[in-house]
Write a protein that binds this ligand. Structure first.
Ligand SMILES: Nc1ncnc2c1ncn2[C@@H]1O[C@H](COP(=O)(O)OP(=O)(O)OP(=O)(O)O)[C@@H](O)[C@H]1O
Length: 307
């Protein structure tokens, strides 16, 4: 049996005529942070729900900590930390009561008071859940997911609605979880979050895996950097790359630019006797890769998730 935290094989999730997840396979190794990226409706939450055991896959197989998330649900639940996008809390209970309740389900919980302090929730300990702000509810949901010292954590858009400070605390907590050997599967729309936190990334598009790898692999595989050259306006660089002059005298050269290519572009400016006053290179970010994949989706014109 595989020792991976999560193993998803050819999973399909259908809602009537809509295919939300369309044959996804992925593996989350133990002790790593794995991010699912994708536009609204790409199928991230549906896939997460299959892994959490809250939804049966229409096709395919899923193993979580070596177990079946539906059949072995009772055995699995104490070992998992689950942060939902919303809901799942008693609206009349206070933040402290809720966290203590969830702590009581665990044999060796983290002290709820310590966790509340860490997440900046101490001032809201006696506030009823329904009165908490969106960001506070989100922080409490994270605390609930972590209080039982889980081996594997599922986080659905963990920092959505959080202020900058809470977001940074959450990132630190996730990094500490990884250092403690905890596995994390999260969804996010924040590319800087994925780039900063994730060991592995899957970009989903229309229910399928559009790209997969480490953030470094994804950005390197895209292989396109930008070279920015400032010189006098109105030049027409004769180079085998796409050149734009959005602002007069600011040239952006886009393409697969290795050192030789950059040298050849600069050589053209030198041959022309151009007055080059600045040269800048910009590596592709995960955001560039993501946007390129999203643009591909638009050009293929596929809108629905049907098979
Ligand atoms: N219970 C449901 N019944 C019918 N359709 C659903 C249901 N849940 C999700 N869908 C549809 O399945 C598709 C995938 O939804 P899902 O929530 O998995 O996407 P997502 O990537 O998590 O989106 P978001 O980033 O907006 O949370 C969407 O088209 C959605 O409308």
């Amino acid at each position: 049996m595989s020792d991976d935290a999560v193993e998803v094989r050819d999973v399909v999730v259908r809602y009537g005529a809509t295919t939300a997840v369309d044959g996804v396979s992925l593996t989350v190794p133990r002790g790593r942070v794995f991010a699912l990226l994708g536009h609204n409706g790409a199928g991230k939450t549906s896939l997460l729900q299959v892994c959490e055991g809250f939804r049966a896959a229409s096709e395919g197989a899923c193993r979580v900590l070596g177990l079946d998330p539906i059949r072995d649900h009772d055995e699995l639940m104490p070992r998992l930390g689950i942060m939902l996008q919303s809901g799942g809390m008693y609206p009349w209970a206070t933040a402290s009561e809720l966290l203590h309740l969830f702590a009581s389900f665990s044999a060796n919980p983290i002290d709820p008071g310590t966790l509340m302090d860490r997440l900046g929730l101490h001032k809201t300990a006696k506030t009823r859940y329904r009165r908490l702000s969106g960001g506070e509810q989100q922080r409490l949901s994270l605390a609930v997911a972590l209080v039982g010292r889980p081996e594997l954590v599922f986080l659905d858009e963990p920092t959505a609605g959080m202020d900058t400070e809470a977001r940074h605390t959450t990132w630190q907590l996730i990094e500490e979880l990884r250092a403690d050997g905890v596995s994390v599967l999260l969804t996010t729309h924040l590319l800087d979050e994925a780039e900063r936190l994730a060991d592995d990334v899957v970009i989903m598009r229309e229910g399928r895996v559009a790209a997969t790898g480490t953030p470094a692999q994804l950005t390197a595989a895209a292989g396109i950097d930008h070279l920015e050259v400032r010189a006098e306006a109105g030049l027409k660089p004769e180079v085998p790359f796409k050149v734009t002059e959005a602002t007069p005298g600011e040239y952006t050269i886009a393409g697969t630019l290795d050192a030789a290519a950059i040298a050849s572009v600069l050589a053209w400016f030198a041959r022309e006797g151009a007055q080059v006053t600045a040269v800048n290179t910009r590596r592709r970010t995960l955001e560039d890769v993501y946007l390129a994949l999203t643009a591909e989706q638009l050009t293929t014109g596929k809108a629905g998730a049907g098979r």
